[in-house]
Design a protein around this ligand. Structure first.
Ligand SMILES: CC(C)(COP(=O)(O)OP(=O)(O)OC[C@H]1O[C@@H](n2cnc3c(N)ncnc32)[C@H](O)[C@@H]1OP(=O)(O)O)[C@@H](O)C(=O)NCCC(=O)NCCS
Length: 167
């Protein structure tokens, strides 16, 4: 893969975020949801104004961390995390299907975890669909562990360890 840079998103990226989410949902959830369900989900949950507003909350005092991965200046994936006090929740992590398995998800998670530790946050949780084997495997490899079942989702949690990033 060409050099991949992870950096905070800007308002201009919001329509591409929606596009990546749509393509990734169609790829990852093709055996779980119908196309029309996915289209409707994206329409309701990826309103570009809302995405822009979330992006604007990514600053040192903000409660959102919204990072994108760029390969040759092209946005290829994103991760959105919400912080509440000393805890964080990974809300979204999506990579363009033709850019998966190249280490991009790992880079996005590395940067996010680094930022969380710098903000003094070590407790991280997320929810992943129970049939999303690739997603579950990805998070397990990053030492997230299943803590409970929540409807169709599995809750996974991890405690970040500071010394990993101290070198
Ligand atoms: C899950 C996802 C974010 C992983 O991102 P990625 O950039 O492909 O992941 P990486 O290349 O960093 O892979 C890291 C590890 O995850 C696992 N993994 C990633 N993709 C995999 C696949 N297609 N099959 C099996 N294992 C996979 C592997 O253990 C991999 O390590 P390896 O390549 O050394 O074996 C990506 O597949 C994706 O966008 N999926 C759709 C959306 C989604 O499910 N998001 C998470 C739930 S919200």
């Amino acid at each position: 893969m060409n050099y991949c840079i992870v950096k905070p998103l800007t308002a201009n990226d919001s329509s591409e975020i929606r596009n990546i989410a749509r393509l990734s949902w169609m790829w990852a959830y093709r055996d779980i949801y119908t196309e029309s369900f996915i289209e409707e989900w994206i329409r309701r949950n990826y309103d570009t104004e809302k995405i822009r507003s979330d992006i604007s909350r990514t600053h040192p005092g903000g409660d959102i961390i919204f990072y994108g991965s760029f390969v040759d200046n092209r946005l290829t994936g994103f991760i959105e995390t919400k912080t509440t006090g000393d805890e964080a929740e990974i809300l979204r992590l999506y990579i363009l299907p033709d850019h998966t398995r190249m280490g991009i998800g790992t880079k996005l998670m590395d940067e996010t975890e680094k930022t969380l530790l710098l903000r003094g946050i070590s407790s991280v949780k997320l929810y992943v669909h129970r049939l999303n084997a690739i997603g579950i495997g990805f998070y397990r490899k990053r030492m997230f562990r299943e803590s409970e079942i929540d409807g169709d989702d599995i809750k996974m949690e991890k405690t970040l360890v500071r010394r990993v990033y101290e070198s």
